[in-house]
Design a protein around this ligand. Structure first.
Ligand code: SF4
Length: 433
């Protein structure tokens, strides 16, 4: 397949998958391939799949089938599948989806590029640079791959392997490169960012890296995601009182609020420990916005366990919260040792109850901001005259927005005053322009 063809890449799943896609696009662009948005306009379609949870796998299969139809109609020549789903279930998928020309795993960038270009990159591996798929003003920095934690519900280590931290210097080099490209907001990600550096020789740590990132010229905002509460080091907490550009935001999935559930989930920390860390974070920086994620309907979750979770949500008042219903994942300890015994409708009811509780927390917090001033980053301006922006409390894609009448370029920072509060979003006007 050496002739230069047009490629369309469909990247599904999380930000970690997106970074993999960006390296692949960078590598193929270096080989002079062009990329198009619409699969029907391409010669080769690459689907980067997500394998975590039923819904994501279904989306992956639907996307592959749609591309398969294009191939059957002669609109595209070749269909390539990569990513977590294909890493984990490659053998089964190969049998079920004969329309796919080749399957690759999560770390097979060189192999995919060799397959498409017809060149052998195994000996002379070029230093592929990423080609960002995010808007130019923000980018993810993936500081480690894989995870050692073995949470009972999670199949990610089965797809991404054990933790492998990127060397500190590599991360800093990549961050400098992104800053030079004009990225204003850097989003630090890993499966468990708080475990960063334990596996390196010499060892490093998240706080060491975040302090070093904080010194890089160019980033206005640096945002931390996927902090495991059990591994959140006191030096990392303290650092939130000292950073210049690392913003007071932490994405820290707590998963539950009942000690019995936390133990069954193998989270390594009780609810009191989680609350102690949250109090410590708020003590060092009263502005800190804490985002979390929760799983409801884990095997054996009783009404009492659920009530304890609700009590924690009311007590802690998380600033942002995402909630998922438990789904049994083949190969996990929960799937092997426990029965998925919470009925679907109870899982859904519990999810709704949490969403309702969080909506009133959000509304109350947002109402408290009306009349206050803040700094926001512009994500886009719409055709009907609105600027869609975010404050430091909101990460792209997963959190909320600030809406402002007007037009500004993406990546600009604006000073605003909040005018109206809703359950998720706020409206604001520009001040000191
Ligand atoms: S820490 Fe996160 S990625 Fe690691 S096993 Fe637990 S849930 Fe999965």
């Amino acid at each position: 397949m050496s002739e230069k063809k047009k490629i369309s890449l469909i990247s599904l799943g999380c930000s970690k998958n997106l970074v993999d896609s960006e390296f692949l696009v960078g590598g193929l662009k270096q080989e002079s391939y062009t990329f198009v948005d619409e699969p029907k306009d391409s010669d080769i379609v690459i689907v980067n799949t997500c394998g975590f949870l039923d819904k994501a796998r279904e989306e992956g299969v639907d996307t592959i089938l749609e591309a398969g139809e294009l191939k059957a109609a002669g609109d595209i020549e070749s269909l390539v599948v990569m990513g977590c789903f294909s890493e984990r279930f490659g053998t089964e998928l190969r049998q079920e989806l004969p329309e796919v020309d080749e399957f690759f795993g999560t770390t097979d960038h060189k192999e995919i590029i060799s397959y498409i270009t017809g060149k052998d990159f195994s000996k002379n591996d070029p230093d592929f640079q990423r080609s960002l798929l995010t808007p130019n003003h923000y980018a993810y920095l993936k500081i480690a791959e894989g995870c050692d934690n073995g949470c009972a519900f999670c199949s990610i280590p089965l797809m991404r392997g054990l933790q492998k931290s990127q060397p500190l210097e590599w991360n800093l080099m990549e961050a400098r490169r992104l800053a030079k490209q004009g990225v204003k907001e850097l989003l630090v990600i890993a499966q468990d960012s708080t475990s960063y550096g334990w596996d390196l020789d010499p060892k490093s740590s998240l706080h060491e890296m975040m302090y070093a990132l904080d010194e890089i010229d160019g980033f206005e905002w640096i945002r931390l995601h996927y902090a495991h509460p059990a591994h959140l080091h006191r030096d990392m907490i303290k650092a939130y009182s000292e950073f210049k550009h690392v913003i007071p935001y932490i994405d820290m999935p707590v998963q539950h609020g009942s000690d019995r559930m936390l133990k069954l989930m193998r989270r390594g920390l009780k609810s009191e420990g989680i609350k102690t860390r949250i109090t410590a974070l708020r003590d060092v920086n009263s502005e800190i916005a804490i985002r979390t994620s929760i799983i409801v309907g884990f095997p054996g979750e009783t009404d009492e366990d659920f009530q304890q979770l609700m009590d924690m949500i009311e007590e802690v008042q998380f600033d942002r919260l995402g909630v998922f219903t438990y789904s049994e994942e083949e190969g996990t300890t929960a799937a092997a040792d426990m029965k998925d015994d919470v009925p679907r409708h109870i899982k859904e009811e519990r999810l709704d109850a949490i969403m309702m509780a969080q909506q009133s927390i959000n509304l109350k917090n947002n109402q408290g901001l009306v009349g206050e001033t803040d700094k926001v980053i512009v994500d886009k301006s719409t055709d009907d005259g609105w600027i869609i922006a975010r404050s430091y409390r909101d990460a792209p894609e997963i959190d909320n927005y600030v809406r402002i009448k007007g037009k500004h370029t993406e990546g600009e920072f604006l000073n605003v005053k909040y005018t109206e509060a809703f359950e998720y979003d706020l409206t604001a006007v520009i001040i000191n322009e």
